[in-house]
Design a protein around this ligand. Structure first.
Ligand code: NAP
Length: 315
């Protein structure tokens, strides 16, 4: 009896959500880098887009450039996706524009680099909230209706960093590990539903992200092959459309992920530490802060490293 009631109410909820609105591709973090390049890929194939980011002027400029280039409908919504309200705003924006999420691209993310103990706690929370919690939140909002329609898909932008522990970018890499694990599990759960769930896992990409995180002089940026965002998006889009679950973007990344399976952490983690340690322009190593320097009056750590969003007050 209880089971019948539950499935009845679930069905009502599903019926309420499925409406005759028009399909759209929701792309988070679409104003620059990989997200913007992915927006070009979808627009080129004629999809209606809903772009999401925080900077309204950048959203408006991106939307207008896409409309002009491909003659497609492009809407946008400003939202800080590291907050619950920000994620809710995406659903509201779709409703307002008479659209539904046919495809969701969870791309927005931020990063910080440096010693974990010196990082601003609010910045770390934001990385978890944006890079991991928002991915779960938005996926849960839109996946049920995709399954009900028996069409659509979710493309989660992860990273090669998600396959391994990464000292000095520990929280970012751990969040990407969640994205990869979530994607693999949902790809299985949604098998046969008509919905595809994939993760795009690039290596280093030429975007502002490393500089915003303070990692532009780290060895990995200097030594690893760096791809441009357009190539990453082109490969990601093509393989997503073909239904590839985990999308690696170059032979080097495929080799790294393959080698990771056979490399014990004893060797791997120190190597990652050497590659990802924060350095200055002259190559000098960043040192951990002295404990006295690290504490503020309330006992919280202060921002010890640069971050994508700048230092924020301890909360
Ligand atoms: N760059 C790389 O080397 C690299 C490598 C592997 C994977 N990736 C992944 O690729 C994706 C894109 O990275 P990217 O390098 O293109 O980043 P990016 O150039 O720094 O762009 C980040 C985008 O996310 C938006 N964003 C940031 N914080 C947000 C928030 N709180 N709420 C909503 N939107 C927010 C930004 O717009 P606003 O600032 O206006 O909000 C911007 O549009 C990320 O998932 C990243 O982890 C990047």
């Amino acid at each position: 009896m209880i089971a019948v009631q539950q499935s009845g109410s679930a069905m009502n909820e599903t019926n309420k959500r499925v409406d005759p609105a028009a399909p759209a591709v929701v792309i988070t973090g679409a104003t620059q880098g990989v997200g913007k390049a992915l927006a070009h890929e979808f627009a080129r194939d004629g999809y209606t887009l809903l772009l999401v980011a925080r900077d309204e002027a950048a959203l408006a400029a991106t939307a207008s450039a896409l409309t002009k280039a491909y003659n497609v409908e492009v809407k946008f919504a400003t939202a800080d996706l590291s907050t619950l309200e920000g994620c809710a705003k995406v659903e509201e924006a779709l409703r307002r524009h008479g659209l539904y999420a046919d495809i969701l691209v969870n791309n927005a993310a931020s990063m910080t680099a440096g010693f974990f103990q010196d990082a601003d706690p609010a910045t770390l929370r934001k990385i978890v909230d944006l890079n991991a919690r928002a991915v779960v939140d938005l996926t849960r909002r839109f996946l049920p209706d995709m399954i009900a329609r028996r069409r659509g898909g979710i493309l989660n932008v992860a990273s090669v960093e998600g396959f391994m522990p990464v000292p000095y970018q520990a929280t970012y890499a751990a969040a990407k590990a969640l994205v990869l694990s979530l994607t693999r599990a949902l790809a299985y759960e949604t098998m046969g539903t008509g919905v595809r769930v994939s993760a795009l896992a690039p290596g280093a990409v030429l975007t502002d992200m490393h500089a915003k995180a303070g990692a532009e002089y780290s060895r990995y940026v200097q030594l690893f092959p760096v791809m441009n965002a357009e190539d990453v998006a082109r490969i990601g889009y093509r393989k997503f459309m073909r239904g590839r679950k985990i999308i690696l973007t170059s032979w080097f990344n495929r080799l790294s992920v393959f080698a990771r399976r056979f490399t014990p952490d004893l060797l791997l983690v120190p190597a990652m530490g050497w590659l990802f340690r924060v350095r200055d322009a002259e190559g000098n190593l960043q040192l951990p802060r002295a404990p006295a320097e690290r504490k503020d009056g309330s006992g919280h750590a202060r921002a010890g490293t640069s971050s994508g969003d700048g230092p924020s007050p301890p909360a």
